[in-house]
Design a protein. Structure first.
Length: 182
């Protein structure tokens, strides 16, 4: 398979970086979900522009309750992925509006980028029940988008078509996977 934007390079998996400001909830959930479903085709990573330094406890608890991978998850700076020895990214998705508006580092390999913004469940400061609901809602929205993403025929789409597809996935309503049409 050809890496998107590559020049005949054939290697898997496709590396995907999920960005948000704090790298404690949304991007962490996305990283774990993609690593679970990637099945050798995709490898998920996450980072933040101003990482909190710790993964939100609700994010970890939710992933563990669903028996999804949590090993190695940590809140880290996006600068780790802009160095010459970092994994080469094929896709970079922002999952929060603030990170989408920030000036990102220059990513080696010119990955395909898109904004998949959604509300921050860690920002919910009401009852414990509402906090958990916010995390579950965010998880479901990411799950729907990632299922649509991994179903894309990445190797058979040109860069422009693939960019349009991942941008369309980012516009999906959080509760409507059937809304996406490839």
């Amino acid at each position: 398979m050809l890496r998107p934007g590559g020049a005949g390079v054939t290697r898997l998996p496709f590396n995907v970086l999920f960005l948000c400001t704090g790298n404690s909830a949304r991007s962490i959930l996305a990283e774990s979900l993609l690593n679970h479903w990637g099945q050798g085709r995709f490898q998920g990573f996450s980072a933040g522009s101003f990482p909190k330094g710790a993964v939100h406890p609700h994010a970890l608890a939710l992933l563990r309750s669903l028996e999804l991978p949590t090993e190695g998850l940590r809140s880290k700076s996006w600068n780790e992925f802009a160095t010459p020895d970092a994994p080469v990214m094929d896709f970079v998705f922002t999952v929060c509006d603030q990170a989408a508006g920030e000036t990102c580092p220059v990513w080696p390999n010119q990955p395909i980028t898109a904004h998949w913004g959604m509300p921050d469940p860690a920002a919910v400061e009401t009852s414990e029940v509402e906090q958990w609901q916010a995390f579950r809602d965010t998880f479901r929205a990411l799950e729907n988008r990632l299922r649509a993403f991994i179903a894309l025929p990445v190797a058979s789409l040109d860069r422009m078509s693939l960019t349009r597809q991942v941008e369309a996935i980012g516009r999906m309503r959080p509760d409507s996977p059937e809304e996406y049409a490839s």
